[in-house]
Design a protein around this ligand. Structure first.
Ligand code: FMN
Length: 335
């Protein structure tokens, strides 16, 4: 079977899979470089790192880790085996992963289902039903996280309540930080064509505080925003890793995407409440929960309605290749 890198269409198919990944404020901070027909390289795009809320580049690495998981799946669907080496070159820290492809067995049923979920998965900031996620499904999500070297810790009612309080306090503190508000506004108000979080995906304002969804209107109060009643007991889970270095963030991103895609296969949606983690990074605070691992994502899971899609950049923008080859590919990649 031909390597996906052997044809323009194959490369396009990898790019389209990668760019569907979730990313912090939809910054899509990834790039793909090809090297011959066997190796694809995933790089971050530091110009898209959030200077205020992501000083260490943690969220940028997580986002790229999620894109890497999609790439791995797309390569498996093409009947190849991706051998991934993370941060392979200390001289080039922007190079996050090198993926060598070799012919292998056809994708199995799980890989095919996860791959089909890539296009359907969305961050869902609408109210969820008051329906509990069955323990067997939650156990499957925990296994998914551990397969990628992370931990998914579901919180019981009391712990979820405490964490929501922390989220509320973090929101209050962030609400007084001008730099943060300006950065949030730059990525959430107005941008709509290719990146950022446009209004049509913000969801309604919650009828109570602390809000179980992140309110992107903090820096630019939105007029006439819908108010809705949210589920009475949000089901929260924290994704953690043992370490807290770039390599751990890449594992966390891959774990995040495996969990989200598996959740999607079960009809479960997710949104995120990472305000305490942003504050931790911004103020260089130690992680209060690090005894149970370093928290990387705070997730709200449940059964929600269908929601619109957030925009994506044209796939061709993500490709780093010989400029002449790039020009040849551009018309194909304007999706
Ligand atoms: C590292 C990371 C952090 C995120 N933090 C939040 C968050 O705190 N609140 C939120 O509502 N969405 C959060 N998101 C979701 C992004 O906003 C979302 O992925 C992006 O807007 C693209 O939309 P999509 O997931 O529907 O494709 C986060 C995503 C990533 C990867």
């Amino acid at each position: 079977m031909l390597s996906p890198l052997a044809s323009d269409l194959g490369v396009q198919y990898l790019l389209v899979a990668a760019e569907q990944a979730p990313s912090v404020l939809n910054t899509q901070p990834w790039r793909l470089r090809t090297s011959g027909h066997d190796v694809a390289e995933l790089l971050c795009d530091p110009s898209r790192r959030l200077r205020v809320s992501d000083p260490r580049g943690r969220s940028m690495h997580l986002s790229c880790g999620a894109a890497l998981f999609n790439l791995r799946l797309a390569i498996r669907i093409g009947g190849h085996r991706p051998a991934v080496s993370l941060l392979p070159d200390p001289e080039e820290p922007e190079l996050l992963a090198s993926i060598r492809m070799s012919e292998s067995t056809p994708a199995n049923a799980t890989e095919r289902s996860l791959y089909s979920a890539i296009r359907v998965r969305r961050t869902n900031r609408e109210p969820f039903e008051d329906r509990l996620i069955p323990p067997s499904v939650m156990a499957g999500l925990r296994i998914a996280a551990s397969r990628e070297g992370a931990n998914l810790i579901p919180l019981d009612g009391e712990s979820a309540g405490e964490l929501l309080e922390q989220v509320g306090m973090a929101d209050d503190e962030l609400g007084g930080d001008r730099g943060y508000l300006a950065e949030q506004a730059a990525w959430t108000a107005g941008r709509a064509l290719f990146d950022g979080v446009p209004r049509h995906v913000h969801g309604p304002r919650a009828d109570r505080e602390p809000s179980p969804v992140r309110d992107f209107g903090l820096g630019h109060r939105e007029r006439n925003r819908r108010v809705a009643r949210f589920e009475s007991r949000p089901q929260l889970a924290v994704l953690t890793t043992r370490g807290d270095r770039p390599v751990d963030w890449l594992h966390a991103g891959q774990a995040l995407q495996r969990v989200l895609l598996m959740a999607t296969c079960h009809g479960i949606s997710a949104s995120f409440l990472n305000q305490p983690l942003d504050l931790r990074d911004m103020r260089r605070r130690t992680d209060p929960r690090h005894a149970r691992g370093h928290a990387q994502m705070i997730m709200r899971l449940g059964y929600g309605p269908v929601v619109p899609r957030a925009p994506r950049r044209p796939a061709g923008e993500l490709l780093l290749r010989d400029p002449r080859e790039r020009d040849r590919l551009m018309p194909l990649l304007r999706l």
